[in-house]
Design a binder for this molecule. Structure first.
Ligand SMILES: Cc1ncc(COP(=O)(O)O)c(C=O)c1O
Length: 434
């Protein structure tokens, strides 16, 4: 079993990385998937709030001053910028939905919490996740004491083969697979993107067994190669997809605004959708009352200023990330040129993460050694995994570094890895001679 299967262990991972970053502040860190802050435009965004308040006052038929007072009060549980978000996802992602089917949340993290709390309520309810997957969901399931069943995801063919088998095995075991959490676009941590065919097959399988799909899409607008693929939500005819979104990467994390979009008929049933919507809303009212209307006003103003699209906001960051990805791949090619038979990596078509595969296990001890002796920090893939299959992989986040840091960081990491390879070879040679 993985060393990080309990909540304590997951908290430990985060504490450990924070501790390492704190102890070695000069180290170049490939650990964090933060967006670049180069393109944040805070002053302008703050000023945009007035535009939304104006819009709100006109819509409500009240004075600007009254609108300002109402926005500063407690507000509607499900949010006040829902129609603008509905328009934004329609324009940018081709997602057609009603504003009443949107619940605005405190980041995507709260949307995930609401979904798990409302879908997995009985002891036999199980959450399916990919192996490896985002710590935010498995950590949450652990906190809520929800059983997790993982589906291996080295590549999509494996995911498709295993998903149905796992669902059937759970049912045979009298368990209820209630939801499947996944990121079809530029998965965190693996960087993988599902093909259209894979999306259709996953939808077919989940709708056959009444399994809700939690489609998390924080990185979909950061695509560097190929044509964008339709969201599962768009392809869904049976009503099994709940779409999860966030403005953490398209605007900035501090906005703390995410959302969930319910399908019009949840698992084919309008009443079931209404019941779920009511449940989610009631849970939210007890968890966080409502999402800050001040940050919603900022988001609303930014959307109004940009014709309800974030495309113009992501153009520059997307260029930065593409440049970073190419710099990272070129640096890997350069510093591991003589080790291509032992060290490999994927070239993600989008997102913030690349997976490096090594011929030895890379764990917390390696992180500490890299930081201490080589001034570079990265995340073992085992932190995201449910077992030991990914112990020899590393996640490299390339979103919040500049070119020079990436090159220097890879050079430093390569020194550590090459030293370890040499030591490994020496050990094998000795064993063979003995
Ligand atoms: C897969 C995934 N989901 C969601 C989020 C963001 O969540 P939030 O909107 O709560 O910041 C992240 C951020 O790192 C993420 O990687």
């Amino acid at each position: 079993m993985n060393q990080f299967t309990s909540r304590e262990a997951e908290v430990d991972v985060m504490n450990f990385l924070n501790e390492i970053s704190y102890r070695y502040p000069e180290a170049i860190s490939f650990a964090s998937g933060r967006p670049t802050d180069k393109h944040f435009n805070i002053q302008r965004w703050l000023e945009s709030a007035a535009k939304f308040i104006e819009h709100f006052s006109v819509k409500q038929g009240i004075s600007y001053q009254r609108a300002e007072q109402l926005i500063s009060q407690y507000g509607k549980t499900n949010g006040v910028v829902n129609e603008l978000i509905a328009e934004q996802v329609r324009k940018d992602q081709g997602i057609n939905c009603c504003d009443k089917d949107i619940i605005i949340t405190n980041g995507c993290q709260e949307a995930m919490a609401l979904c798990l709390l409302s879908l997995c309520r009985e002891p036999d309810d199980v959450l399916l996740v990919c192996n490896p997957t985002y710590i935010g969901i498995t950590g949450l399931a652990d906190v809520l004491d929800i059983e997790v069943c993982s589906v291996d995801y080295h590549h999509e063919a494996q995911l498709l083969q295993t998903l149905g088998v796992k669902i059937e095995a759970l049912i045979a075991d009298k368990k209820r697979p209630r939801a499947f959490y996944l990121m079809p676009d530029f998965d965190n941590p693996s960087g993988l993107q599902l093909s259209l065919q894979a999306r259709q097959q996953i939808l077919e399988l989940c709708s056959k067994y009444d399994v809700a799909i939690l489609e998390d899409n924080p990185y979909g607008l950061f695509q560097y190669n190929g044509e964008p693929k339709p969201a599962l939500y768009q392809l869904d005819e049976s009503g099994c997809v709940i779409y999860l979104g966030t403005y953490a990467k398209t605007l900035c994390p501090a906005i703390r605004i995410g959302y969930l979009i319910l399908p019009p008929h949840f698992l084919g049933d309008v009443q079931r959708q209404q019941a779920l919507s009511d449940k989610l809303s009631s849970l939210k009212s007890y968890l966080s009352v409502n999402t800050s209307q001040i940050t919603q006003a900022i988001l609303g103003g930014v959307l109004l200023d940009n014709q309800c699209s974030v495309e113009s906001l992501v153009v520059q960051p997307r260029k930065t990330y593409l440049d970073n990805r190419d710099t990272l791949v070129a640096a890997l090619e350069r510093f591991f040129a003589d080790y291509r038979d032992q060290v490999s990596w994927n070239i993600p078509a989008g997102g913030f993460f690349l997976k490096l595969t090594l011929p030895f296990k890379f764990n917390s001890q390696d992180v500490a050694q890299c930081a201490q002796h080589h001034q570079v920090i990265c995340m073992p893939m085992s932190y995201f995994a449910q077992d030991n299959q990914f112990d020899n992989c590393v996640r490299l986040a390339f979103s919040n570094l500049d070119r020079d840091q990436i090159v220097l960081g890879v050079e430093r990491l390569s020194r550590y890895i090459i030293e370890k390879l040499a030591a490994q070879k020496l050990r094998i040679d000795r064993q063979e001679r003995a």
